[in-house]
Design a protein around this ligand. Structure first.
Ligand code: MG
Length: 763
């Protein structure tokens, strides 16, 4: 009913409007401008799909867009039109824009919103800048000459072997080599130097000193061509006992021209107590080492002697007298023995009354004798002798026996030498530390360095520097080293070299003491560094890493402004890094990435880049394993004897195999070293904690995050040491990644970083 009524009314109105039966021009119907849109909101997905919106209009119109990521087509028209809205893929969070449509007069306005959903994460793909070939990193490779590479097939590494691998070292981004001691030696490792002025003949192509020098000179020159410096390992604390200097002292302790080179005393206890031993403070000092008899002098005896042991009291005594009574044969069922004779043999004593043991013997010994309570072992306090430095016996007088030091009991005047390590390495003597540079030993060894500077070396690694002066005076070693460095650096400049001579000390100390050594030398090994790595990787305290490492560097620079903090995982005296990381390849890779993206001058120890493992407890040789260059070839293992873990030296761990495998540990080292060499900020920049993900952020203990800054260049370094991925919101611009280990993806500046993954961004 209602519809019919409306139609009737309309008909009446139309008729009226047309004028009924009049002949006048009919009025045009008035057009009322109108614009409408089919929706007020559109949602696009992140991948950039488009949508259509219907614009209904009876007038001309134009459209405008609030955000330039959104495209609208067409942007103008008239009449009803289908508008297409589209966007490029969204890589960030959800975003919204407004489209406004107006008539040409601008009186009518309609709008609708377009929202594009947040992105799915985009994988981080590193796009480092091209490396200009200028290696900036200071990255140093520690190699063992005897087990690195053998060029002549004798099973012993040599200088030509190193030279043949310079391309490998260059490809690893190395800027310097620290060579194990290269002088003549009585050991395989070389830390007992027999002549500072010549080189180990075994390292020369003809196994002669001359060929060793020729090959070494050639190595220095070839390395320089590749931007690789050579550092020699110098042992200043002691020489080898087969050094001609020491052999001269052995044969003539009082008259040798080299007697001042060593720490010699005929009465060490008295000399130490009176302060006459400059480099050893005795029991009151930090002390390590022992006094040993020089073989010279009249230690032995030839003739007939009566021996009487008194075993009745807490202190045991022996009384020796010269005699003409008949000599006896050894007691086959004895409980006490003499160890005696130049050849060293047992003589059993007879119990003549309760706990009194006696024998008369024809004696021929060039070193003295000892008392034993076991005929089968020297262990467990079964050896009795004299106290160190006080073991001369006087005929007819009871001599108190000692079974802790148990030095040989001698018959004549003896001289003793001090050795911090073992008897094969007599300590060198530099006199009072304030005047060390004037000592004969200092001058002689410095002259030997001059020779090698002439060959082309540009630095030294100094062995055992904390033992040179064993006193409570903490200034002694740093002040000694200051004189040593100035002497060598002056010689380096005098030889026409630009820049300074490099010197790094084996400061095997806690950081608080170690830092004082920067008073003497420009660089020291930070032995606490690897503890920060294991703390991050094993104990999930990664958020402390940047604070502590940058703290070391700051504290070194406070001692000297040009301090270079030398950082490393492990060296030839420690269990291999892979051992402490549980032989986890993921952790080994991340340790490499951390080493090569933080502050300090990094070192790689031979084999670390291949994932070598090994523990010291079976012998140091097990952490000094030869490099395996090819899948099937031989290694330079001859000087290590049987102490080589051949199960580790599989073909898959070889350089050849790892070079072919993109994901290998070797290639992680190469990739991160290359990036470090590319960017000054990574190579030499200042390391600072990140503003959000830092030591104070206990919500992210497995994140190690820091900046490296040099001038206007700034890098962001992020390591996730966890076994699960983490999502981190940054305000830094993450658009340019330059290095990646593992996996990472980002939505805008939100980073999702995978387990044991590392990423470096250039900001
Ligand atoms: Mg060889």
């Amino acid at each position: 009913m209602k519809k019919l009524l409306l139609l009737a009314i309309s008909a009446v109105l139309m008729f009226t409007a047309c004028g009924g039966g009049n002949n006048t021009e009919p009025n045009k119907p008035e057009v009322i401008p109108a614009i409408s849109v089919s929706t007020t909101s559109v949602v696009l997905d992140a991948t950039g799909t488009s949508a259509s919106v219907t614009l209904t209009s009876n007038v001309a119109w134009s459209a405008s867009v609030s955000e330039n990521w959104l495209n609208v087509s067409p942007l103008s028209g008239s009449g009803t039109t289908t508008i297409t809205v589209s966007a490029s893929p969204n890589t960030g969070v959800a975003r919204t824009a407004t489209v406004t449509v107006k008539d040409t007069d601008g009186k009518l306005s309609r709008s609708f919103s377009v929202t594009q959903k947040e992105a799915g994460a985009t994988p981080v793909v590193p796009t480092p800048d091209t490396f200009d070939g200028n290696k900036r990193s200071g990255l140093t490779y520690q190699l063992l000459v005897y087990s690195f590479c053998d060029s002549d097939g004798d099973g012993i590494g040599d200088f030509n072997g190193i030279k043949s691998k310079l391309d490998y070292l260059d490809g690893l981004g190395v800027t310097a080599l620290w060579l194990s001691p290269s002088h003549p030696t009585s050991s395989y490792h070389g830390y007992d130097v027999n002549d500072y002025f010549t080189l180990n003949p075994l390292y020369g192509s003809a196994h002669t000193s001359a060929s060793a020098e020729e090959d070494f000179r050639s190595l220095c020159a070839a390395a320089k061509e590749k931007g690789i410096a050579i550092y020699m390992d110098y042992v200043l604390n002691h020489s080898g006992k087969d050094n001609d200097w020491f052999k001269s002292v052995q044969s003539d302790p009082a008259g040798s021209e080299y007697k001042d080179y060593y720490v010699i005393s005929s009465d060490p206890d008295a000399d130490v107590a009176a302060g006459r031993i400059d480099n050893y403070g005795g029991a009151s000092g930090p002390g390590m080492g022992s006094w040993h008899q020089l073989s010279g002098g009249s230690l032995g005896y030839t003739g007939r002697l009566h021996f009487k042991l008194d075993w009745t009291g807490a202190t045991k005594y022996i009384t020796v007298t010269e005699t003409t009574e008949a000599a006896q044969t050894s007691n086959a069922s004895a409980s006490k023995w003499l160890w005696i004779g130049t050849d060293g043999h047992l003589e059993g004593l007879y119990e003549t009354s309760a706990n009194i043991f006696e024998i008369t013997l024809n004696v021929d010994t060039d070193w003295g004798f000892l008392v034993r309570t076991s005929s089968t072992t020297w262990d467990g306090g079964t050896k009795y002798g004299g106290k160190a430095g006080a073991s001369k016996i006087t005929f007819g007088q009871p001599f108190a026996l000692d079974n802790s030091t148990a030095s040989n009991i001698v018959f004549g005047a003896a001289s003793y030498y001090f050795a911090s390590f073992d008897a094969s390495m007599p300590d060198l003597n530099y006199g009072k530390y304030t005047e060390a540079k004037d000592s004969k030993a200092f001058k002689a060894i410095a002259e030997s360095v001059d020779k090698w500077i002439g060959f082309g070396i540009s630095g030294l690694r100094l062995d055992a520097v904390i033992w040179i002066y064993q006193t409570n005076n903490g200034n002694a070693n740093p002040e000694f080293l200051r004189q040593w460095y100035e002497r060598c650096n002056s010689a380096y400049h005098a030889a026409g070299n630009t820049g300074d001579f490099f010197m790094v000390g084996e400061t095997w100390l806690g950081h608080d003491v170690e830092r004082s050594y920067y008073k003497g030398i420009p660089s020291c090994f930070e032995f606490e560094y690897f503890g920060q790595i294991t703390n991050a990787l094993n104990n999930k305290n990664a958020n402390q890493f940047a604070k502590n490492v940058s703290g070391y560097i700051t504290s070194h620079k406070a001692v000297r402004s040009d301090a270079i903090t030398s950082v490393f995982l492990t060296n030839h005296d420690q269990n291999r890094a892979a051992e402490d990381l549980g032989k986890s390849l993921a952790k080994e890779k991340q340790a490499a990435a951390m080493l090569l993206t933080g502050g300090g001058k990094p070192y790689i120890y031979q084999g670390e880049e291949l994932g070598y493992w090994g523990k010291k407890d079976g012998g140091d040789e097990y952490v000094r394993t030869p490099l395996k260059w090819t899948k099937t070839g031989a290694v330079a293992s001859k000087l290590l004897g049987t102490k080589v873990d051949n199960s580790m030296l599989s073909s898959s761990i070889s350089v050849e195999a790892q070079a072919e495998t993109e994901s290998s540990l070797l290639n992680v080292y190469k990739a991160f070293a290359k990036v470090r060499n590319t960017y000054p900020a990574l190579a030499n920049g200042e390391m600072t904690e990140h503003g959000t993900y830092n030591s104070g952020n206990t919500s992210y203990p497995t994140i190690a995050c820091w900046y490296m800054t040099s001038g206007s260049e700034k890098m962001l370094v992020v390591h996730n040491t966890d076994t699960s991925e983490k999502t981190l919101a940054f305000t830094d611009d993450l658009s340019k990644a330059v290095a990646l280990l593992g996996t990472a993806a980002r939505r805008g500046n939100t980073l999702t970083i995978g387990a044991n993954s590392s990423v470096v961004f250039k900001l």
